[in-house]
Unconditional design. Structure first.
Length: 217
């Protein structure tokens, strides 16, 4: 199993502009293929054909199929991280609403990117992709904890980051059921994940967390 600090893939990262463009082009092609094919059916030859490039150009960056899957998953998590930092306007006054808004945005992003759903929710996900997904969730829970502390009075809630990390696990597990049954994350399972997250957090958080005063914003 991949260790916590392992590089996860052996992809050759481009340094020049042209190489970066080709690298991104190959990830785009892989995403297009994964939208319609099981990950086990995807080959680097298919990626080369979809991208319209010679097969050696694919092998120049990616020694195997899993390497390109890991890099595509990494790109999705970078975009999800950017999404998680986008402001909510108007900002919610209740922590329960904050959780729902953030989960809804994440669900909408995944449903709009079927390749991401297959990589993160599919049954055949590799250990490396799963490890990257878990690392991404850990980083996202830290971002969420920072948002909580910036918005609400969280004095004494020293384990807030851990509690929020657990909600990501709950959410992923419930969303995986929706993906297995429907091929996407339905509104019903979005709400089920939110209810499970809120029920868990209520064992540690008060029903009403005071908003921070303007002087602390």
């Amino acid at each position: 199993m991949a260790s916590q600090n392992s590089p996860l893939s052996k992809a050759r990262k481009p340094q020049r502009v042209r190489g970066k463009e080709r690298f991104s082009q190959l990830l785009d092609a892989t995403a297009d293929i994964l939208a319609d094919h099981m990950d086990t059916d995807v080959t680097l030859a298919m990626v080369a054909d979809r991208a319209g490039v010679p097969l050696p150009s694919v092998y120049h960056f990616f020694p195997n199929r899993n390497a390109i899957f890991v890099e595509l998953a990494r790109r999705y998590h970078q975009e999800l991280a950017e999404l998680s930092r986008m402001e909510i306007t108007p900002p919610p006054s209740r922590w329960q609403d904050l959780v729902l808004i953030r989960q809804t945005r994440g669900r909408d992003y995944l449903n709009a990117n079927p390749a991401a759903l297959r990589l993160f929710m599919g049954a055949g996900v590799s250990v490396e992709v799963r490890t990257l997904d878990l690392r991404g969730n850990t980083a996202a829970s830290k971002t969420r904890a920072q948002e909580f502390r910036a918005r609400f009075e969280c004095a004494g809630l020293t384990d807030l980051g851990h509690w929020l990390a657990v909600t990501f696990g709950l959410m992923d597990g419930i969303w995986a059921i929706s993906y297995a049954e429907h091929g996407h994350i339905t509104d019903r399972y979005l709400m089920e994940a939110w209810r499970a997250s809120v029920a868990y957090l209520r064992t540690y958080l008060p029903e009403d967390l005071p908003l921070k005063s303007m002087s602390n914003d």
